[in-house]
Write a protein that binds this ligand. Sequence first.
Ligand code: ACO
Ligand code: ZN
Length: 167
Amino acid sequence: METVAESRAGKGFLVRKARREDLPAVIVINRVALPENYPEWFFEDHLNRWGEAFLVAEVEGRIVGYVMSRVEYGASNFDLRRLVRKGHIVSIAVLPGFRRRGIGTALLKEALRNLRERYGCEEVYLEVRVSNEPAIRLYEKLGFRKVKKIPMYYLDGEDAYVMAREL
Ligand code: ACO
Ligand code: ZN
């Protein structure tokens, strides 16, 4: 019988929890893929506190993608009067040469599962540049909907969509 790990390896990549020693590679991918970069302690802090939802994708032993999340308690994105535990997808990226083969989808699906099962989150949200069509499509495919727009969210003045879904 095929195990989950083997069936993922069959696709040419493996998704697993991030480890401390993966962080240098994660930081490089973040810098290559996104203008939103963070100091090393920020990655460490997320790994220490919400490590079940900090995942990496590996191809032949090389880290080619990551998703970093956290857990917050606050107003629901679907009903502002309700307080909920919600997952926040802080950052996700896949190295350019490894895109469009399902790695982003696999990372995000596993993060959503762990946010629900390990952390008891009832919903999940993220911010994304309004021009970031690939990412918006990925999120919509996984059931996220645009819930609001935040003007001038990014340092260069671009607006963000907040996208959210129930878990
Ligand atoms: N154009 C159009 N649709 C796309 C594209 C694209 N370039 N890339 C992905 N999609 C959509 C498609 O619907 C795709 O399904 P399909 O290939 O069957 O058509 C679906 O998303 C899933 O694609 P995956 O292969 O699972 O995603 P991938 O591994 O390529 O990773 C990601 C997607 C993470 C957005 C990647 O493009 C990336 O690293 N981009 C740069 C970093 C970035 O923008 N990160 C998100 C910022 S917002 C945040 O971090 C909260
Ligand atoms: Zn955010």
